[in-house]
Design a protein around this ligand. Structure first.
Ligand code: SF4
Length: 242
């Protein structure tokens, strides 16, 4: 069954620290007033333009085995290939901030308002990333309500374009999910339109499903190794609930 979710902005909004960190300003740095004013301007524009919404479609392991290989371009050792067979439940997802935000970013660049354009881009990108986590929480809550998972399970998203899952994998993912219903489409290069959108598979299972050693063939080219901080957070939450 497919489910559409309209998010409250406060539910998905990325914190200011995350947006500034994305721009190379660490949390403990003293931030100049003009940067804070720029952030306030961008955050206010984002609040008036964003239309955050998402879509979830459950998929069986057998069906995902058909979707995941995409067009045959995945790395042989793609992370998801190791993760999904151990999952208890799987769902495809997509979410978007809506087209208005992307148009406003392009408009700022067209008018040579680069600083504001870059800041609005960062607010939208970080909020889209956060939406991947929020939609995973929605799916987890659904599984708990239906007594198919417990709070001790973990639901995490994995996306084409990362960790050995080739970006062209989005075509089969989109064919199954049909996120055009929430206004997301793919162009010939498999970029999503609107640009500030995310997609992937939600994987529900025990912590062991999501913990791995980042030593795959493509890891040396990875710039930020986000898997490491994500696994650290996962293990910290497990320790906290013990
Ligand atoms: S190091 Fe980078 S490419 Fe390797 S698993 Fe982690 S996030 Fe993926």
């Amino acid at each position: 069954m497919k489910r559409i979710i309209h998010f409250e902005l406060e539910e998905v909004r990325a914190p200011r620290e995350a947006v500034l960190d994305h721009q190379g300003i660490p949390e403990d740095a003293e931030v100049p007033h003009r940067i804070l004013a720029l952030y306030d301007d961008a955050a206010s524009q984002f609040a008036s333009l964003a239309r955050p919404r998402g879509m979830i479609a459950e998929i069986s392991e057998a069906e995902f085995r058909e979707v995941f290989p995409g067009e045959g371009n995945n790395a042989d050792d793609a992370v998801v290939a190791n993760v999904f067979p151990k999952a208890d439940h799987l769902a495809l997802f997509a979410a978007t901030m809506g087209g208005e935000v992307s148009e406003a970013i392009a408009d700022h660049f067209d008018k040579n308002e680069f600083a504001l354009g870059v800041m609005l881009d960062a607010v939208a990108s970080m909020t889209a990333d956060r939406t991947s986590e929020v939609i995973a929480d929605h799916y987890h809550a659904q599984l708990i309500a239906e007594e198919r998972a417990t709070p001790a399970h973990h639901v995490l998203g994995y996306s084409p374009g990362y960790c050995g899952w080739h970006i062209t994998g989005q075509r089969k993912l989109f064919a199954y999910l049909t996120p055009d219903k929430i206004g997301i489409s793919l162009n010939a290069s498999c970029l999503m339109n609107p640009l500030k959108s995310v997609s992937g598979v939600l994987v529900s299972g025990s912590i062991d499903v999501h913990v791995f050693k980042a030593g795959y063939s493509y890891c040396p080219q990875c710039r930020n190794a986000t898997c490491l901080s994500r696994m650290e957070r996962l293990m910290a939450s497990e320790r906290g609930s013990a």
